[in-house]
Design a protein. Structure first.
Length: 183
């Protein structure tokens, strides 16, 4: 299957109110990953690389961009959301489960933009990032994971997930500073 020459930065699940089980563990990891996520987003914006946000809808099918952002900013950790809020000209896709591809229009969007490589950042490494990388791989996209721009709940599982993505899916596992190389 032919994939195009373009790259897309896909930002996963960063619009979060952090009012769920394991939120405290996740917040700690997001704090550590936030500077790398911010730099990666700024780099993609500067290079005019396609940026797409894919975010869990938390089983609220009435959400839209405004409501999702409002809910996340009203949570106890708005400081983690505000610097990552999508620009108005950036697509936002809502998902109901872990994978950014499952039952979403993302594959079609990437095909229309002639994308062959996806760079993933966001949360949670051992869940949504892992499942999304697998789904990108089976769709014949080249996959890059910006490891320091991904947050985890369980560090040991995140490390295992990164190893699986590299070994089993051929994903490039790099620091955010190198994620957009060769673009």
């Amino acid at each position: 299957m032919h994939r195009g020459p373009n790259t897309a930065l896909v930002v996963v699940d960063v619009l979060n109110a952090y009012e769920h089980e394991d939120a405290d563990r996740l917040v700690e990891s997001v704090d550590a990953a936030l500077p790398a996520m911010e730099r990666l987003l700024a780099d993609a914006r500067e290079r005019e690389i396609l940026r797409i946000y894919v975010n869990d809808n938390f089983d609220d099918w009435t959400l839209d961009r405004g409501k999702l952002l409002e809910r996340a900013m009203a949570g106890p950790h708005a400081r983690l959301v505000e610097p990552l809020a999508p620009d108005d000209d950036v697509a936002l896709v809502l998902k109901g489960r872990h994978s950014i591809f499952w039952e979403t229009p993302l594959s079609y969007m990437l095909q229309q933009a002639d994308v062959g490589r996806v760079v993933l950042c966001g949360q949670v490494t051992e869940q949504c990032i892992l499942y999304s990388a697998l789904d990108a791989h089976v769709r014949h996209f080249d996959v890059t994971i910006a490891r320091d721009a991904c947050a985890a709940i369980h560090e040991n599982l995140a490390e295992a997930a990164l190893e699986m993505m590299e070994r089993n899916m051929g994903a490039r596992i790099v620091d955010a500073a190198d994620a957009l190389d060769d673009v």
